[in-house]
Design a protein. Structure first.
Length: 316
């Protein structure tokens, strides 16, 4: 049984790998559309980068939509220092053949969900939550059709990567995150506590490069660029592969570990803006709204990622 998904992203090298992993998994995932949001780099680049990945993977038929360029209430915060000025430094950019749909991403999300059966579409946001929150605000009638929301975002034990308290996707649009985490639909959140266990070490990048097909080579090239910032910042051997954890959870939930708890978003304090208050020990009476994922079998993740990327060398 394939799961219908909408991937909402801000490519970003790790978003790009998440897209490629989803493209390589047609038996499990039916991608209804890809929606781009301003985040790692401005919207005109994130939508272009998403379409580039469709071209690279031979997935030109997948509809790509541009969404919100700016967060709900704050100016856009970007991350060129990590992702480079193109957003996917490591590969040469080109004008993709994959079309940019004329419809706004939020209208696509609303229209698709209003027409969908109950609990039939999974939303996979790997950037700031502006598009998702705007769709919910504009048309709360879409909520019953959402099977689950699987965002990459937040942090608890790992602390923030953009401020001491906040992870980037939540910090960019904390108001949007607050709307999403309060929406009442099931949420399985992949925060830094799990993504920081999934490091693209030189050995793992070399395994990907050794596959020898153009998609794997481009992935290795993107990871080689993406690694340099985090390796310097954390002293780790390789950058965390944040966004592919969302797709990997859809494919192989058994390699993850999580706990149901309440997550609330700081939307006021300048000191801790965008903080995800994860009530891991249920010390408040706030309702459980999230499965907070904190564990992963990282070797198994990479074995399976390599197997899926290898598929681009044969019949996909
Ligand atoms: O904090 C990591 C997240 O921010 C990832 O989604 C990365 O692509 C950036 O968007
Ligand atoms: Ca992202």
């Amino acid at each position: 049984m394939t799961r219908k998904i909408i991937i909402d992203c801000d490519p970003g090298q790790d978003d790009a790998v998440a897209l490629l992993l989803a493209f390589a998994s047609p038996d499990e995932l039916e991608i209804l559309g890809i929606t781009a949001v301003g985040g790692n780099v401005p919207l005109q680049l994130t939508q272009r980068n998403a379409r580039m990945m469709c071209d690279l993977a031979g997935m030109q038929h997948i509809p790509v939509f541009a969404g919100c360029a700016e967060p709900l209430e704050r100016p856009l915060l970007t991350a060129e220092a990590i992702h480079g000025t193109t957003g996917i430094n490591g590969v040469d950019v080109f004008e993709p053949e994959t079309a940019l749909q004329p419809q706004h991403a939020v209208d696509f999300i609303v229209e698709t969900l209003l027409a969908a059966e109950e609990s039939s579409v999974t939303l996979v946001p790997t950037g700031p939550l502006t598009n998702i929150a705007t769709a919910i605000q504009r048309e709360p009638g879409i909520l019953p059709s959402i099977e689950r929301i699987v965002p990459m975002g937040g942090a608890m034990r790992e602390g923030g990567n953009s401020t001491p308290s906040a992870e980037f996707n939540i910090l960019v649009d904390p108001q949007a995150a607050d709307i999403v985490f309060r929406c009442g639909r099931p949420i399985t959140a992949m925060g830094l506590d799990v993504t920081h266990q999934v490091l693209s070490t030189p050995e793992r990048v070399q395994r990907i490069r050794a596959l020898g097909n153009p998609v794997a080579t481009a992935t290795a090239d993107m990871l080689n660029f993406f690694d340099r910032y985090d390796t310097k910042k954390y002293g780790s051997e390789g950058a965390p592969l944040h966004d592919p954890c969302t797709i990997a959870w859809l494919l192989w939930p058994e390699i993850f570990e999580g706990k149901d708890c309440n997550i609330s978003i700081e939307t006021e304090s300048e000191l801790t803006l965008g903080h995800t208050a994860v009530d891991f020990w249920n010390v408040t009476d706030k309702p459980v709204n999230t499965t907070w994922v904190y564990g992963i079998d990282a070797p198994a993740f990479y074995d399976r990622l390599v197997e899926r990327l290898d598929r681009f060398g044969g019949a996909l």
